[in-house]
Design a protein around this ligand. Structure first.
Ligand code: FAD
Length: 694
């Protein structure tokens, strides 16, 4: 297989990691600061000097339970931490959390029978492993899996291993929870014994958290029985020690005020830029594609010249967000930390196997603003844990009730879309919750996640400028005292407003610190990295393509059409290019209207745009209706092996398009609907049908 840049970076980092391992103590500090420099913060080398031998690591740290995670957006990692924490506090297990990419697996055949392995595995995209689980998945699923002791699968090499497994998936995807299902199958086949059922959480149904909570109680019962454990009264033990350094000035050069790693702290950002090391990119241009009463849509041009960041059409760009000042203030106020917001704190892990999720020393303000996902939905388990730190008995009882009663919790918290600080504020009437340890907030809330955007420009046309097309999130729920404001998209909106002359942009009073730590993002900059995807145009431009992308789902298709128009202009033979786009109204949110005309000039009759307006006429028209209207033409193109692409809403649209296509094919080819579905499946398997959905 061809190596892309990311592979090369990963391989280089792994090689460095190996070198580092064999030279440990000579050139590297064994448990160095993972944020020490950008290279050390990238894959593999981040853990320079740490053994990749999980059994050795468990032995060395006296652990009898390892919780492995395969995580893309941080949720699986969070669940893994929660299981580790609970295993220790409730059942006395000596637990550790392990990133799957940090270890080798060839010695799992020596996994001791008095220890426990836990697997928390998210399924990504089309049934794929998360980036950090690729190697593990390939190893464990291999036909001739090679363990250190040799032997074949029939010898049951994992006969001594006990494990539990939970998967995070989305039922709107075809390969629902395939990671946990397959890994469970492989482990069983290799002779390992599962305790309890393999759990499955469903993000598509919005029940992930409840699925997790419902799965874990019987799982713990099976574990306690099998391992002869006894439940004890859970006492909270912090993972992190927070030391306030009142003698250190927040402006001192060694204090991280939001800089993601040491290079950034020292003021000279250095590549390679990746998921651990963002490039602070200038925003070359920003506009609003439309501004309606309750929605607006941004178009931005991010300049990556000189960064060595490269993309190909169809890739994703990740934007590293900053929390809004409004929510940072709320959070610090309700914890009673507002007056100490600029106090310097050193955060140290109390367990060598737990990572501090951000660089230290820092300040409360910087940790909350740049590193903790304070706006996210609140988990029921977290509310239970906080109960013991309530300011009075009444609130303690209320939180315990919320933790124990699913329906009550939904009514009071989830259905109102409250974040943690909004909830605590309402619950106590604004009285601060001063007893909640800051460590608990670091452990219980997610690390802030970069948000992905399907790049809406062609790398052929603008190699160094990456376009983003994003709708600004603003969700009003009846019964909620707060309008939910998307973290990243409102941050981007503030940047756009600043670029257009507003020196203190403040959309909705959110008050973003858009100049970044120590003003390093001044002059309209945003931290980004690029993620390569498999969503790709056919390499031969003469092949016909069909694209379905309503709303911002059109983003990558703007890139596709832009690319094909450029190819046509350059005299290349470009095939039929059909786009189904949908929006509410012609004069409201019909984005890129003028550009389509331009592309049409270059592509002529080979470019056809079918638009569906859902609110313009008496009848709601969606892209699916338009597809049905042009069924004959679509079928003919599919017969000619046209590539078929869908982008946008995973929950409804993408699934409906899939079903509809199966039916259209069945009718056209005069086969059963089941056969039609199978044809679509085969198209997916051969990459003729590609999805980029969220
Ligand atoms: P967030 O703050 O992350 O909120 C997002 C949603 O989470 C809210 O709408 C709400 O449903 C839920 N939520 C947040 N907080 C709470 C709470 N307290 N309680 C309950 N629910 C809550 N978007 C685009 O506009 N254009 C694109 O081209 C695009 N491409 C994408 C490609 C990929 C591969 C992926 C994975 C996503 C893509 N997205 C795209 C979506 C994008 O990544 C972001 O999710 C989106 O912009 C919202 O980000 P945000 O930070 O503004 O909102």
């Amino acid at each position: 297989a061809q190596l892309d840049t990311l592979d090369i970076i990963v391989l280089a980092a792994l090689l460095l990691g190996t070198v580092a391992y064999f030279t440990k103590g000579t050139y590297w500090a064994v448990y160095g600061d993972p944020y020490g420099n950008s290279l050390a913060a990238s894959n593999g080398a981040a853990k320079a000097g740490k053994s990749r031998n999980i059994l050795e690591r468990m032995e060395e740290q006296d652990k009898n339970c390892v919780v492995f995670y395969g995580s893309q957006t941080g949720t699986a990692e969070d669940y893994a931490s929660r299981l580790a924490k609970e295993g220790h506090s409730r059942f006395g297990l000596s637990t550790m959390v392990a990133d799957l990419e940090d270890y080798d697996f060839d010695n799992l055949d020596k996994f001791p029978d008095d220890k426990l392995a836990v697997f928390v595995l998210a399924t990504y995209g089309e049934g794929e492993p998360t980036d950090n689980a690729v190697e593990f998945y390939e190893f464990i699923g291999s036909e001739d899996v090679a363990f250190s002791e040799g032997g074949s699968i029939d010898d049951k090499p994992l006969g001594s291993m006990k494990y539990v497994a939970f998967g995070l998936g989305n039922n709107t995807y075809e390969h629902y929870n395939s990671m946990v299902r397959n890994v469970d199958k492989y482990l069983t086949k290799l002779g390992a014994t599962r305790l309890g059922a393999a759990g499955e959480g469903d993000d598509g149904a919005g029940t992930m958290e409840e699925d997790f909570l419902a799965w874990k109680e019987p799982m713990w019962a099976a574990v306690t029985e099998s391992m002869g454990l006894e439940e004890r009264e859970a006492v909270y033990e912090p993972n992190f020690e927070i030391t306030e350094k009142s003698d250190v000035d927040a402006e001192s050069t060694e204090v991280y005020l939001g800089e993601p790693n040491k290079n950034h702290l020292e003021g000279s950002q250095k590549g390679p830029y990746n998921a651990n090391n963002p490039f602070i990119a200038p925003i070359a241009e920003s506009t609003e594609l439309f501004t309606a009463k309750d929605r607006n849509c941004l178009h931005m041009e991010i300049d990556v010249s000189g960064s060595n960041l490269s993309y190909t059409t169809g890739d994703h760009i990740a934007v590293w967000p900053t929390n809004s000042g409004k929510e940072v203030d709320r959070f610090l106020n309700i914890l009673g930390l507002a007056s100490k917001r600029h106090t310097v704190i050193a955060v140290k892990s109390l367990d060598a196997t737990a990572k501090v999720p951000f660089p230290s020393p820092t300040t409360y303000d910087a940790a909350v603003r740049y590193h903790i996902e304070i706006g996210a939905p609140v988990s029921r388990q977290f509310v239970s844990t906080i109960a013991q730190f309530a300011p009075n008995d009444e609130l303690r009882a209320e939180l315990a009730k919320l933790g124990g009663d699913k329906d009550y919790f939904h009514e009071k918290i989830s259905d109102r879309q409250l974040n943690i600080a909004q909830f605590l504020e309402i619950a106590s009437g604004g009285k601060p919750w001063e007893q909640i340890p800051f460590s608990l907030m670091i452990e219980g809330l997610l690390k802030i996640q970069p948000r992905y955007y399907s790049i809406s420009s062609s790398s052929l046309v603008q190699k160094n400028k990456i376009s983003i097309t994003a709708v600004v999130e603003s969700l009003e729920k009846p019964g909620s005292p707060h309008i939910l404001k998307g973290v990243t998209t409102n941050y981007l909106l503030a940047l756009k407003q600043k670029q257009h002359g507003d020196p203190n942009p403040d959309p909705h009073g959110l008050n973003y610190a858009i100049n970044g730590p120590r003003n390093k993002y001044d002059g309209i900059h945003v931290p980004v990295h690029v993620r390569h995807s498999n969503f790709k145009l056919p390499s031969d431009p003469s092949k016909p393509i069909i694209m379905v992308g309503p709303g911002t789902g059109v983003a990558p298709f703007r890139a596709f059409v832009q690319e094909r128009a450029a190819q046509a202009k350059a005299g290349q033979n470009v095939g039929k290019t059909i786009l189904f786009f949908g929006c509410r109204r012609k004069d409201e949110d019909y984005i890129y209207q003028n550009e389509w005309k331009e592309y049409k000039e270059a592509l002529g009759d080979n470019f056809v745009l079918h638009v569906a307006f859902s609110r313009d006429g008496p009848k709601k028209v969606y892209v699916q209706h338009q597809m049905a209207n042009y069924a004959d033409e679509l079928n003919q193109l599919l017969d000619q092996k046209a590539y078929f692409y869908v982008c946008g809403d995973a929950a409804n649209m993408a699934r409906e398009v899939n079903t509809l296509l199966g039916k259209m094919i069945a009718k056209h080819r005069n086969v059963s609907e089941q056969k039609g579905e199978e044809i679509v499946k085969a198209m997916r398997a051969s990459n003729q049908y590609q999805e980029d959905v969220w």
